[in-house]
Design a protein around this ligand. Structure first.
Ligand code: FES
Length: 95
């Protein structure tokens, strides 16, 4: 099962393979900014992937659209649009 490591302030957590990143974090009580609740509209759920971006599902059409619209960095992913396939290390400015 994939392990999500946090760059700071939180212990690692295990998630089911293919689990949605944003849902997994929320289920374990880790706050994720959002105003569209995972509909892939607001782009507030961006998470910085410090290591293991290759262990996340490829970008969907929706994520590519948001990336173009909001021009966020390559290491950031739209967490509501991403599945966790293997171990990653992540961060958010508000953690
Ligand atoms: S929660 Fe709005 S785009 Fe992810």
């Amino acid at each position: 099962m994939p392990i999500i490591h946090f760059l700071k302030n939180r212990p690692p957590m295990t998630v089911d393979s293919d689990a949605n990143l944003m849902s997994s974090l929320l289920e374990k009580g880790v706050p994720v900014a959002s105003s569209c609740r995972g509909d892939g509209v607001c782009c507030k759920c961006l998470i910085e992937v410090v290591a293991g971006n290759q262990n996340l599902s490829p970008e969907t059409e929706r994520e590519l659209f948001l990336r173009e619209k909001y021009a966020f960095g390559k290491s950031a992913r739209v967490s509501c649009q991403v599945k966790v396939l293997n171990d990653i290390t992540i961060d958010a400015s508000y953690w």
